[in-house]
Design a protein around this ligand. Structure first.
Ligand code: NDP
Length: 443
């Protein structure tokens, strides 16, 4: 089958879902040639089956605001594929959440989880609720109402949600508390939990650290390192914070951070004290970077993304499609040699093509940001065993998993002396899920 023919069918079956179309196009452009060479997959219509979620639950979420008015939001859980383990994937609370966004995220999660080598299927969920302008009490009432429906569809062996944009430690606490109350059982039905109630050490840091470990592996393959390199990081939330922290630890110079209001530029590089201050600003004070610019003594560029700042290494860690073709051109013109995707699908299709033509090192999100879900998988293991591993033990496992993800990319993506990380990650992620589906027969 040919890519455009496959995509036409998918777009016809899923109208008005641009993010989902984009994620499938990127995946299929790399996997279809492999499928065409292996008729057992084509004959069983594996690609058509993989792009159809197992099920989607859509529900109403009613809650009362601080003025006593009743508010209504929509909740979703997209259970995409559980061929290799229980459904696993985060919850996103943001006003931009749509079914299309959650289907793209759930689809990506299937192959990301496969790459971790752990037994986890793929899912994603969330709501168009915006926690940004709400009080703690409102967020709690929303989370409790959301879980009152969601608990019917999840469980430690069924589907294990975690956080994502807008769902951090506070929200996970409210959600898990309500789950525990409704089910009257204390089991690992969510990850990203607080350390006091079943969380894993290093889970908070894992996605950001993992994206940097991936970059380290890619550079090591060329006998290069992060030390002394100028790094542009976007975002200032969970992933960006710990990507920046790890980059500093490995000798990199982090010159930018961003949020919805714009970006901060620190030409000499942020210090680790400043990164710690950003973590406090974003997770405890819930303030914007613009507010903090004067305090940290750096320039703030309102309404702009950081990609025009010259760098050698780029770490997009905010959201989808934050690198468009003009941003990619600027990054390449300024000498960028590596992009490691901390956020999910931060590079749009045309920008990714440009990076491919330039033959730079470009790790797709399903490989580069898999560290988060990998440690979520290890949180599930620790919960089942009813014990906790040390920080060093978990971090060593994270490094080992990122190394294995890199090896899989090299195995399936090597093209002469260049590695097509998109091809490698997509094909390696695909094979395991596809083989499990073949084993089950027609399901
Ligand atoms: P957070 O909510 O902690 O932080 C998100 C950051 O991105 C914030 O700085 C936010 O700005 C910024 N941002 C969000 N939307 C936009 C936008 N439309 N334009 C500009 N900036 C924006 O989320 P995470 O750090 O957890 O997630 C970031 C990305 O990483 C997402 O793509 C997520 O799917 C992905 N990811 C996260 C994992 C995790 O473990 N947390 C695991 C794997 C992937 P502001 O502060 O103004 O809100």
């Amino acid at each position: 089958m040919e890519l455009n023919q496959f995509m036409q069918g998918l777009e016809r079956r899923n109208p008005g879902q641009p993010e989902f179309h984009q994620a499938v196009r990127e995946f299929a452009s790399k996997v279809l040639p492999f499928v065409n060479e292996h008729p057992q997959y084509a004959k069983a219509s594996i690609l058509e089956r993989m792009t159809e979620p197992d099920r989607i639950v859509i529900f109403r979420v009613c809650w009362e605001d601080d003025e006593g008015s009743v508010r209504v939001n929509r909740g979703w859980r997209v259970q995409f594929n559980n061929s290799i383990g229980p459904y696993k994937g985060g919850l996103r609370f943001d006003k931009s959440v749509t079914l299309s966004v959650l289907k793209f995220l759930g689809f990506e999660q299937v192959f990301k989880n496969s790459l971790t080598t752990l037994p986890m299927g793929g899912a994603k969920g969330g709501s168009d609720f915006n926690p940004k302008d709400k009080s703690d009490a409102e967020v709690m009432r929303f989370c409790q109402s959301f879980m009152t429906e969601l608990h019917l569809h999840i469980g430690e062996d069924t589907d294990v949600p975690a956080g994502d944009i807008g769902v951090g430690a506070r929200e996970v606490g409210y959600l898990f508390g309500q789950y525990k109350r409704l089910r009257n059982e204390f089991v690992g039905a969510m990850t990203g939990k607080g350390l006091a109630y079943g969380g894993s050490l290093v889970r908070t840091e894992a996605t950001g650290y993992g994206a940097v470990y991936m970059a380290r592996e890619m550079l090591a393959k060329r006998n290069e390192s992060i030390e002394g390199r100028t790094c542009v990081v976007s975002g200032s939330g969970n992933v960006a914070q710990y990507a920046a922290e790890k980059l500093l630890e490995l000798g990199g110079k982090v010159v930018t951070l961003s949020d919805r209001g714009g970006f901060l530029h620190m030409p000499g590089g942020f210090t680790s004290e400043q990164i710690a201050a950003v973590i406090d600003l974003k997770t405890r004070q819930r303030r914007s970077l613009a507010d903090w610019a004067a305090e940290c003594g750096c320039e703030h560029y309102a309404g702009e993304r950081p990609w025009r700042v010259p760098c050698e290494l780029a770490f997009p860690c905010a959201t989808q499609n934050e690198i468009e073709i003009d941003d990619a051109r600027t990054l390449l013109k300024n000498g960028c040699q590596l992009v490691s995707e901390g956020a999910n699908m931060p590079t749009d299709f045309d920008a990714a093509m440009l990076f491919e033509e330039a033959r730079i090192l470009h790790a797709p999100s399903k490989a580069a940001n898999a560290g988060g879900v990998a440690i979520s998988g290890l949180e599930m293991t620790q919960n089942s065993m009813r014990l906790s591993w040390t920080r060093d033990e978990v971090d060593q496992r994270l490094q080992g998993i990122m190394r294995r993800i890199h090896e899989q990319c090299v195995e399936y993506g090597s093209e002469g002396d260049w590695i097509d990380y998109f091809k490698g990650a997509n094909v390696a992620g695909f094979i395991k899920v596809a083989d499990a589906m073949l084993a089950y027969g027609v399901l």
